[in-house]
Design a protein around this ligand. Structure first.
Ligand code: PTJ
Length: 245
């Protein structure tokens, strides 16, 4: 489908760009999504385009939270849908979580396209279209969620989320798991578990951890308790500034 030789040193990065471009062309990703991707790439480059040990620990803790939740929801926006649709469906299956389309720049057309796209990738139920719940403290369009989805969830995974909404969700008392390559972003700063890694690597890694932790309550608790969010953010910042592991 795309013409990038696998031997190219930036193969992964170019492939990712093509997926986002395709997402814009098919009405899944917003134009702002292109800018967000560029920002993410810059941080990924500085991090060495790898999953640091601290990010791996965050992915394990996040998987444990999803397994321990009464009701976990994975939030899907236009970038996530373009980059990792099948991987999000697989993570939902591995953890018993629901999938909900939840857009920063919400339009009915993009909501429908993304829900269809997820169904094409194997999702059975896709939430988000009912929009009968609200996140307190946000303006009307940006506050919309499903009452029996994110509205009801005790644990939410919000990848590449806008800072305002991440903060408002955390204020609702939800355990928030955030994937964001920028450790200084407000979303990462307000998360119970900030995962400073590329969504492309983070989601399959979470699924792997979830499969390994499934049924082992003690290991789940250990993964959660041994994870320190503030320390993880400092470690990510050190990795960027000093190239430390
Ligand atoms: O589809 P919508 O309408 O919900 O809009 C989605 C975007 C992402 C456009 C919207 O939420 C937005 O504008 O987000 P921001 O404020 O640009 O924040 C996105 C964050 O995600 C930034 O901190 C980026 O560094 C980070 N990011 C971008 N690409 C990736 C990423 N983090 C992990 N993996 C990526 N591939």
């Amino acid at each position: 489908e795309i013409d990038v030789p696998e031997s190219h040193p930036r193969y992964e990065s170019l492939l990712t760009r093509h997926r986002i471009e395709d997402g814009v062309e098919t009405g899944i990703t917003s134009k702002q999504g292109l800018i967000a991707q560029g920002r993410g790439e810059a941080f990924d480059y500085l991090l060495g385009e790898r999953t640091t040990d601290t990010a791996a620990a965050a992915e394990r803790a996040a998987a444990a939270h999803l397994l321990q939740a009464d009701h976990a929801v994975l939030s899907i926006n236009g970038n996530v849908a373009a980059l990792v649709p099948g991987e999000m469906v697989t993570l939902a299956e591995a953890t018993g979580a629901d999938l909900e389309v939840n857009l920063f720049n919400r339009t009915a057309a993009r909501m429908e396209r993304i829900a269809d796209h997820l169904r094409e990738h194997g999702a059975e139920d896709v939430l988000g279209l009912t929009a009968d719940g609200r996140i307190p403290g946000l303006d009307h369009e940006r506050a919309k969620v499903d009452a029996d989805g994110i509205g009801d969830a005790d644990v939410v995974l919000v990848p590449l989320e806008d800072g305002d909404r991440a903060e408002a969700l955390a204020d609702m008392g939800k355990t928030e798991l955030v994937v964001d390559l920028n450790p200084l972003s407000r979303s990462a700063q307000t998360a119970a578990v900030p995962i400073v890694d590329n969504i492309i690597r983070a989601v399959p890694a979470m699924t792997e951890h979830a499969r390994e932790l499934a049924g082992d309550e003690a290991a789940q608790r250990e993964a959660i308790e041994s994870f320190d969010a503030a320390e993880a953010l400092s470690a990510a910042e050190r990795a960027i500034r000093d190239g430390e592991l």
